[in-house]
Design a protein around this ligand. Structure first.
Ligand code: 13P
Length: 216
């Protein structure tokens, strides 16, 4: 039987797999989604390890009702967070949620990730803030994430991990990769001394480039 969502499912599967290969997810932790069309999203299934996940198991969900359609597996337990974000932010086309070790370290300390390297302005849009805590799988995780996200490429979820956003999955995953690498540098630097802040000129130039890149 032909699957009208085959391409979209493959895109989600591929980026979920890359997230796992990059060490941003362990076992079945984390989840990935994108808009499938005006009324549906495609999201990873719940509790299936990434090395075993099959393209056909990516779940298509009706955004308004939250019901799975034309799918063989149940959706991620974090579906409420994904729905809340897509419904509030038409500019966001894809989401990557990770439990990557260094960003999760900051999340349990509830420490924001300041821009200590130029690329954080360029790719992430500035300081990555920490959302208020909410229990996994609830709408409140998404509501709190939105409140702390602003126009940046991601947010730290208190005592949980992070949520990275983008117009498409390439951008959302790239944000997750850059964020984890910067979180690692930050956590390592903190063990030696407080990192030196960047000058205001770097912030201004970097944020201009971030805005240009987002419009491309
Ligand atoms: P799922 O396997 O249901 O996507 O949940 C994993 C997770 O990351 C919870 O935050």
């Amino acid at each position: 039987m032909s699957d009208r969502y085959a391409e979209v499912r493959h895109d989600v599967w591929l980026h979920a797999r890359q997230m796992w290969e990059q060490g941003l997810a362990v076992g079945s932790a984390g989840n990935v989604s994108r808009r499938a069309d005006d009324h549906h999203i495609a999201i990873t299934p719940t509790s299936i390890p990434y090395d075993r996940m099959r393209t056909e198991e990516i779940v298509i969900v009706d955004l308004a009702s939250g019901e799975a359609v034309e799918s063989v597996a149940p959706p991620s337990g974090e579906l409420p967070m994904h729905r809340v974000v897509y419904q509030a932010r038409p500019d966001i086309g894809a989401l990557v949620h990770t439990h990557a070790p260094f960003i999760t370290t900051l999340s349990v300390l509830r420490l924001p990730l300041p821009p200590i390297i130029d690329e954080m302005f360029l790719h992430l849009g500035g300081t990555i803030e920490v959302s208020d805590y909410a229990f996994t799988g609830t709408d409140a995780v998404g509501e709190n994430a939105l409140a702390a996200l602003g126009q940046r490429a991601g947010v730290i979820l208190a005592n949980h991990g992070n949520l990275c956003v983008g117009r498409d999955l390439d951008r959302a995953l790239h944000a997750a990769i850059v964020m984890e690498s910067c979180a690692r540098v930050y956590v390592q630097a903190l063990q030696i001394a407080p990192p030196a802040p960047l000058p205001l000129s770097a912030e201004e130039a970097g944020l201009r480039m971030y805005d240009e890149r987002r419009r491309r």
